[in-house]
Design a protein around this ligand. Sequence first.
Ligand SMILES: [Zn+2]
Length: 395
Amino acid sequence: MPVIAPGPYTKTLVIGDRAKREAHKYFSEEFSGKKGLVVCDENTEFIARRDFPAFESLTFEKGAVATDTNGDAAALRLSKGGFGYAVACGSGSISDITRYAAAKAGIPFVSYPTAASMDGFVSSVAAMTIDGRKATLPSKAPVALFADPAVFSSAPRRLTLSGVGDILGKYISLFDWRTAHWLMDEKLDDDLINLINRAIDKMLALDPDSPGFAEAVMEGLVMTGMTIQYYGSSRPASGAEHHLSHLWEMHCMSEPTDALHGEKVGVSTLIVLDRYKAAPDEDLAAEYIKPEFTKENLFHIYGPLTDGIIGENTPDPLAALTREKIKAVQPEINRMVKELPDTEALRDYMKKIGAVTTLDEIGLPNTPRFKNLSMKYAPYVRRRITLLKILNIKD
Ligand SMILES: [Zn+2]
């Protein structure tokens, strides 16, 4: 059993063989006399029926996207049906639909993940598509999570490999957090950094074909998701690698693809890692070009989203950064780069376990120009300081 301490929102966490039993016990203790609605899709409906036979369920079609329309439909069912709580029986989209709907209906929900595919199960923001545009909406974290290996280990392998990509991305997110600490005095939390590092190491130490592998991936995902709750922002779990994946998900420089979130994060991790490895050979202070958050500079990438991007970066998050500071910090950055995994070794690991590693495998143009444009403009999607944000990327 993993040691995952309760967070401010998710106070009960059970990952292991007794998860289903504990879930039923939790329902009768915490929601006594209340009716629960299980939210699922066509892929996970059999799990909902099998594990929660006495519950009413709401089934979305296969591949249902977390749109406000779907979220509103679930919220309406929850309020009209007099339900006291909801159970999200699925992975990413079902979690987001349920999170959004439960918040709207003003009731708690419980997470029952069916695949170890991403680290957002205990998240308190819902990634929704509204009028075709991605938006992250404040919503609700689950009050409890019950993850049963008998359920999520049977998910298609591709989903677990996506979860692996999301976990490997933490090499970059932790690196960027430390970089922001050195450059901009951002506060670090060593306990959270250790928690995440232990989760990565535990996963890597296991034979990917062993029965415990998916469980280690799920533990790692829930653990890193919880660090977001403890810390109060996604800083520990999201850096430049997620900025690339967010940029691609905005569809302003590429068409939508059916790649999974963690697959994109896995590929972007390799791209960013490769770039960071070159940093020690550069004079970062001399090369630094202060980013300009202007329409002229951003419109050709962000198009109609440009004003939002400028808003995100106002006031300038790098205003206080000087060349002298970068010069003083470079030895520290160089030291941290040495601690990052070798790019080829990580790529080989991902290939060996069957994870995707290239842009064309996730349906994006596999060209140096696309890669460079992604690295140059992705740092603008969030205010967050990363090493990528201060590197001189030539397009
Ligand atoms: Zn992620």
